[in-house]
Design a protein around this ligand. Sequence first.
Ligand code: ADP
Length: 261
Amino acid sequence: TSRVTAGISDKLAIPGIANIIAIASGKGGVGKSTTSVNLAVAMAQTGARVGLLDADIYGPSVPRMMGLSGFRPEVDVEGKTIYPLENYGVKTMSIGYLVEENKAMIWRGPMVAGALGQLLGDVAWGELDYLFVDMPPGTGDAQLTLTQKVPVTGAVMVTTPQDIALLDCRKGIDMFNEVHVPTLGIVENMSQFICPHCGESSPIFAEGGADRLAQEYKTGVLAHIPLDMRIRELSDSGTPVVAALPDSEQAVAYRQLAGEI
Ligand code: ADP
């Protein structure tokens, strides 16, 4: 925890939340939500009090991945309070709980900022050691809103080893640097492909890119997570691998990642 508390700025903190950690990526589809969900559950398994905010207003995946699809949060209209939904020991909030799952969100920037502000400020998170924020991909309104409104302790960047993902990850790190949010490190996702038949691993998206990027930016690679069919199957079915198979190698990798934060 020493590393994370060092980044606290003088912005208005959300009372009761010790650390706000952004999980970000330059590019979509690299596994940012999968990482957020498994990291949050792994951190909760260590006994920490954990929340997970789905800030991906346009493509919320937390309800499905956390097995909370179709649930609606309790809302106290007079007190302007929304109560988080909890599963696997993690309190969660997502725009996906408030809109139809299959409806496209067509919102302009200010609406995104407004919705995100509410999800941050009007949710009864209670006391949390960590609030993980699953960011939308890229460097847009949501990133600015988050970093302007609350003291973000640090950002964890998720990338695949592919050149194009690394290039976008670089832009993400540059953006967080500009708004003075420290990068806690990089998660290289889909690092190796594990063959479900023979168990052999192959570097289908190339090798070593995240390590080179980390070196260049003087940060570290916090984890290499393999491309593994079970990670996808379990995420899609709403039981993160960390909860479903706590003794698996994959779960161990996510718990190690939690230990690095
Ligand atoms: P993002 O949040 O970056 O858009 P997601 O976490 O939604 O990405 O992941 C995109 C897809 O890839 C999902 O179907 C997810 O289950 C799958 N996926 C992510 N990481 C892995 C992994 N390590 N192994 C296998 N499938 C993965």
